[in-house]
Design a protein around this ligand. Sequence first.
Ligand code: F6P
Length: 534
Amino acid sequence: MFERLKDIAAELAGQDIVDLFAQDDTRAEGFSARFDGILLDYSKTLITDEVRAALIDLAETRGVAARRDAMFAGQEINETEGRAVLHIALRNLDGAPVLIEGHDVMPEVRDTLGRMEAFAEDVRGGRVKGQGGAITDVVNIGIGGSHLGPEMGTLALRPYHDGPRCHFVSNVDGADIADTLAGLDPATTLIVVASKSFTTVETMTNAETARAWMAEAVSDPAAQFVAVSTAEDKTAAFGIPPERVFGFGDWVGGRYSMWGPIGLPLMIAIGAEDFRAFLGGAAAMDAHFREAPLARNLPVLLALAGLWHHQVCGYPTRAVLPYDQRLARLPAYFQQLEMESNGKRVTMDGLPLDGVSGPVVWGEPGTNGQHAFYQLIHQGTQVVPCEFMVAAKGHEPHLAHHHRLLVANCLAQSEALMCGRSMDQARDLMAKAGFEGDELERQAAHRVFPGNRPSTTLIYDRLTPRRLGQIIALYEHRVFVEGAILGINSFDQWGVELGKVLATQLEPVLSGDSDGAGKDGSTRALVAFVRQHM
Ligand code: F6P
């Protein structure tokens, strides 16, 4: 499917990105797209008019628009699980009905949102109380899609956080819940158990530990628990009354779920109004995704740049580099979004993929990453396409000079990656430093930056709730477009199942209740070591 693009890439071998700018002084404008307060600049890549046309052609022939419309129309596009994919309904508050087999899901979406808002505002206003009075701390217990979104969003929107403190427990490692609960007062703590299935072993183990912790100090622990789940029978069995359960349809995938009840801790943190602004941003991006021509469509362009680098140029990973300390958890959020969605080896038809699956996604906020792994990005032998993100304006007016430095660093990195430093420039530097002869050559070689390394920059005015909603929806749709072109079902995650099954088998082996017969030699040796030292 990528043959034509690979031919073009071969013809472009030896071409420098900087030369593309020299040939076309409108390149920055021509290879960027804007929407609302956001600018996506993909001009610092080797994408030319010809490449872009071939990529758009690919998106057209692979039926991206039809699949997008099928998603919005509530069709069962998650075929391996027999489900519609309608997280977009959770933010479609001013939109048309969203139908699944003729049934409009919007009334129940609005009803649940209304219940969430009433509850969140009651918690924030001190009307929902613990045994010891108004709620001071909220602990969200969930993992994966029931954790990463609200955790990432709560940190991202810290300047808007005026509700109780929010904490997030995910790992089955007892250290996580022990460290989180230490110092909290059970009498003023609210526990949110967030699990779509309400069976995930990490979450249920942590929920039981939290209940035992609360029961030591509080006479009615269930009154300080809330459940967010699609499984009402299981939440009832856990002892959480129906009025404290916020449900959602199976048409919302875990990693796409922060827009609905899974976002409850974020709503408690920032309030119902700002949460609506967050939803409004996502809805605006949904409309843009549906309506903008492919060549000016941000999610489509970001996806095409990603496919160009990963599938055509063969770069195996992608770095997400937000220059925003409050987006520290965004790379982890995007890791699940991208890798759980498109880390698949077969197509929708169950046939082997014609190429490689989606890329490894990783990253850290700038400028911290600069002092850790950017060495490899600049001078390593593997090319890592970088996705920079930065706000023009911060939230600390009294620290505007910090923000200027932050933005300067972000822009400098993409410039350095593209321009590099030639051997001649390095020689000049070394000569000025007093080196000569062989030593000058040797020292100069270490100071060469090959350059010509691609990056995109997403720049926006300020990280408000609305902008965050837009950015997350942008990346959701980008993953969708990549999956659609690859022919992948981006909405299942069978690859996480086997490890879960084997962990369930191994637990009794570790406790000595089972002998581990049939396990491989390495696993048996590791078990033996643990049993000796536990
Ligand atoms: O193990 C993967 C996964 O199923 C994710 O897709 C999901 O977000 C996470 O586990 C948590 O699942 P649940 O919300 O059902 O506890």
